[in-house]
Write a new protein. Structure first.
Length: 421
């Protein structure tokens, strides 16, 4: 019979070892109520060390101590909670290494260590993860693995490929992990989220990432990855978000990304990508959140196919080597809120079709070779930022709307405008 109404002290007395249901609802005095198979102490700002006596809760299934001010080390005694399926200690002030004793917990399916000050090797921890012989236990083993915001961790071992094939969520973002991404990551065939952003990874993106047919989100941005975007990435037909920005990738943007027909977001910014923007990915009409190709070496014109992205909210192609007139088809992207095209070599005038972009809020065409008159329809837009500086516009400057707000608008470097800006 579950205990339904027991107050548990977080002081000198600790929970009874036979507690089966222990949902922790901590109040100001640091006491708790027991009423479920879970013990939650989330967002309660509890301080001090995690009590080693929690390891006596051998029937506990869920332990969530995230978003507090716990200090000290993660107690190895938690490994005695043999029925634990979820262990969350994220966003605290914990230090030390991940206890190797936690690697043999037979029913653990979710592990969250994110945003602490943990140090030491991630290799020994992952390398020591063991699996029960029971197939039923294997089915639920380590469905989620989340180590976010740790520090000074060693490289990721090849043994990462030995994690359960039922692993669906694998996040190592915001650490200082160095070394290469092991090719064995391709063994995790049920993975749908892979997040390794903001680390020190070097080398190339493993080509067998294309072996992960269920992948929906790949985040490898803010690393030091080099080489080309792997061709097999086109096999990720369920991909929704792809983050590869802020690396050292080179070569061209693969046209095979057009096979990712569910893509909502594509970030390839701040790399060394070159060549033309391929037409094929611009036909992926699902792209709606963001297409960011900024800070590369892309050349040629912006393909007219960009007009297919009618639901796109953000387009950033700034700081490239693009030329050719801005296609009028871009005016079909009526969902645009942010449009960044600065630091290119676009000639000609602002297309009249842009009058349809009435939802745009941030619009930057600065540092191009644009000319002609500034269209008066821009007065009607609810623009927060408009930057037309360092072009060759001429004629009268519109006076209404954003043009009446000097802090929101920049037109410097246009000497042919009336007034000589």
């Amino acid at each position: 019979m579950p205990i339904t109404d027991v107050l548990l002290g977080i002081g000198p007395s600790y929970p009874r070892p036979d507690l089966y249901r222990a949902e922790m609802i901590a109040n100001v005095e640091g006491r708790a109520r027991s009423s479920s198979a879970e013990w939650h102490a989330v967002d309660r700002v509890i301080m001090g060390e995690i009590p080693v006596e929690l390891g006596n809760l051998f029937r506990l299934q869920i332990l969530n101590l995230s978003n507090n001010n716990f200090e000290g080390e993660i107690p190895a005694s938690l490994s005695r909670c043999s029925n634990l399926t979820y262990l969350g200690v994220g966003t605290n002030k914990l230090v030390g290494k991940c206890p190797k004793e936690l690697t043999s917990m037979p029913k653990l399916t979710n592990l969250a260590f994110y945003k602490n000050n943990l140090t030491g090797g991630i290799s020994p921890f992952i390398g020591n993860l063991t699996f029960p012989k029971s197939f039923s236990a294997l089915e639920i083993l380590l469905e989620e693995y989340w180590l976010w915001g740790l520090t000074n961790l060693e490289g990721l071992p090849e043994s990462v490929g030995n994690l359960s094939k039922n692993l669906i969520f694998f996040s190592l973002c915001r650490n200082q992990i160095y070394g290469t991404i092991p090719s064995t990551i391709g063994n995790l065939v049920n993975l749908d989220v892979l997040s390794m952003a903001d680390n020190q990874f070097t080398g190339t993106i493993p080509t067998n990432i294309g072996n992960l047919p269920k992948m929906q989100l790949v985040s490898l941005e803010m690393n030091h990855l080099s080489g080309k975007i792997p061709y097999p990435i086109r096999n990720l037909s369920l991909l929704i978000e792809l983050y590869l920005g802020d690396n050292r990738l080179e070569g061209t943007i693969p046209s095979g990304l057009a096979n990712c027909k569910k893509l909502l977001l594509l970030h390839l910014y701040q790399n060394n990508l070159s060549g033309n923007i391929p037409k094929e990915p611009l036909k992926v009409s699902s792209l709606s959140i963001s297409l960011n190709l900024a800070w590369n070496r892309l050349s040629g014109s912006l393909p007219t196919e960009v007009g297919n992205l009618k639901n796109l909210m953000e387009l950033d192609i700034s700081e490239n080597r693009l030329s050719g007139e801005i296609p009028s088809s871009l005016g079909s992207c009526t969902s645009l809120e942010n449009l960044y095209m600065q630091e290119n070599s676009f000639p000609g005038s602002i297309p009249l079709s842009f009058e349809s972009l009435r939802g745009i809020q941030n619009f930057d065409l600065s540092h191009n070779n644009l000319s002609g008159k500034i269209p008066t329809f821009l007065e009607k837009f609810s623009l927060m930022i408009l930057n037309l500086s360092f072009n060759d516009f001429e004629g009268e400057l519109p006076m209404e709307g954003v043009f009446a707000n000097a802090s929101a608008m920049s037109i410097v470097g246009n000497r042919r405008l009336c007034g000589g800006f």
